[in-house]
Design a protein around this ligand. Structure first.
Ligand code: SF4
Length: 457
């Protein structure tokens, strides 16, 4: 796929905007959302037979990478992890007390931090706790994120034995100069070993995460990274934009901001990823993912039924997602809820027998309709006029006439095409799909986020 975009177009549309992993976005959630509000949401889930998604946040890493934007903490002491798992056990008990026992789970995700920082006993313990609390469906997506630097063949086989069927490896970039600059030295052989092990163990989906916009990344160095990943032949490759926010993430002060590619140079790296990966059989999915043509994400994207939640793109979303662990996010019964992102505060709340939530939001009917329209646009690259919107099933074209007009105006710059039954996002428009989504965002007045092709996102 080749897309011609000029520097002038980038400059015009490279505006600050959210990534829309949620709508309304997190800054609009309120810290007046209480544990009682969360219990009311759990009660609403309890009276249904709906399946759920479960996310567990495991924040531990051996050391903090300089570029890291995750909610992570470094430790070398296994006892710290054991104590955290004690709290997860309590949190599971608190939550399942309000749900019917053995609630069916169709999606389970361990994120971090570094989930494979847990040793074998800890890994078995956590999966045992989850299986005791829930019924994990035989066809559930059971996924985890793995750091190849501390991964081993034995560990990958352990994950498979415990029921994981999807695995995601963090790579970012293989160039030595870049790795030194981001404080993450990861020789290629480490990645090759764990990918080979995952294939031998029979994982149904192998993903690799890359990052563009890192210090010292050049088209030549990035070409090397892309080719090395293609040689590994993962089912999926995610290519995230590096967000440099040292005020919010002090560890990023170790990154030399003068060496960051920005503006058109950063855009060129992303375009390079698209052109390279689509030339060898990957399809561009949503904003920044790539999947082989026979991967279920690629099939769902072609059929315009791709969806997305906090765990990423999916074809199997449950109506409700419940998060466990510090900073974990829930999305259930029309509410968002987030746990405290401080390890000490999270653990203290659990010890006091309180749900450790720090903020949340109850979505209005208007929020629910806009959320559905935005998610469909971000995943399936269209605004279909007859799309039924929750909670009442009203048609998008009847509810959002002014918004449709505003999005249709982007046809002048060939970002969308106006068709009889929908607005379709063009290949050129895909780079700016956030700008299109902002037209559906009732809260978006003033940017709290950064342009995608600046050094920050
Ligand atoms: S980038 Fe990954 S491994 Fe590095 S500190 Fe962050 S969560 Fe841990």
């Amino acid at each position: 796929m080749t897309v011609e975009i000029t520097r002038e177009t980038i400059d015009r549309y490279n505006r600050p905007g959210p990534r829309y992993t949620s709508y309304p976005t997190v800054p609009h959630w309120s810290n007046t959302f209480t544990a009682e509000d969360y219990l009311a949401a759990l009660h609403d889930v309890a009276v249904t037979n709906d399946p759920i998604s479960v996310y567990v946040h495991l924040p531990f890493c051996a050391e903090r990478c300089a570029y890291c934007g995750c909610n992570a903490t470094s430790t070398r002491r296994p006892a710290v992890v054991d104590q955290y798992l004690d709290r997860i056990e309590h949190e599971l008990a608190m939550i399942t007390a309000h749900l019917s026992t053995g609630r069916r789970v169709v999606q389970l995700h361990w994120g971090g931090g570094t989930p494979n920082f847990l040793n074998e006993a800890q890994t078995r313990r956590l999966m045992g706790l989850l299986r005791a609390a829930f019924t994990i469906a035989p066809d559930a997506e059971v996924a985890l994120e793995v750091d190849p630097r501390i991964g081993s063949r034995e560990q990958v086989f352990l994950f498979r034995e415990l029921g994981f069927n999807r695995i995601s490896f963090g790579v970012q970039d293989i160039a030595q100069e870049v790795q030194i600059a981001i404080g993450r030295i990861q020789p290629l052989w480490q990645t090759e070993n764990v990918v080979r092990a995952a294939r031998d163990a029979g994982f149904s989906s192998i993903n690799i995460d890359l990052v563009y916009g890192l210090p010292y990344q050049t088209p030549a160095s990035f070409a090397m990274t892309l080719q090395a990943m293609i040689d590994l032949h993962p089912d999926r490759i995610a290519c995230f934009s590096y967000a440099h926010l040292p005020q919010a993430r002090p560890n990023q002060k170790r990154v030399d901001a003068r060496q960051l590619p920005t503006g058109y140079d950063k855009f060129q790296l992303f375009r390079q990823a698209i052109e390279t990966l689509t030339a060898v059989g990957y399809e561009w999915i949503g904003m920044d993912h790539f999947a082989l043509a026979n991967d279920e994400l690629a099939i769902a994207a072609r059929e315009r039924r791709l969806q997305r939640n906090f765990m990423g793109y999916t074809v199997l979303p449950a109506p409700h997602q419940i998060g466990f662990g510090m900073s974990a996010i829930g999305d259930l019964a029309g509410r968002y809820v987030q746990n405290d992102s401080g390890l000490g505060r999270y653990q203290r709340a659990i010890d006091e027998g309180c749900l450790p939530i720090t903020r949340g939001m109850r979505l209005s009917d208007d929020d629910l309709m806009r959320r559905h329209a935005i998610m469909h646009l971000m995943c399936n690259l269209e605004v279909p006029f007859d799309l039924p919107l929750p909670p009442h099933g009203w048609r998008l074209g009847e509810v959002f006439t002014a918004e449709i007009e505003r999005i249709a105006a982007y046809a002048d710059d060939h970002l969308v095409v106006v068709e009889p039954n929908r607005l379709r996002v063009t290949d050129r428009g895909r780079f700016f799909v956030r700008n299109l989504a902002m037209e559906l965002d009732r809260y978006f007045q003033q940017a709290t986020e950064r342009p995608i092709f600046s050094s920050t996102v």
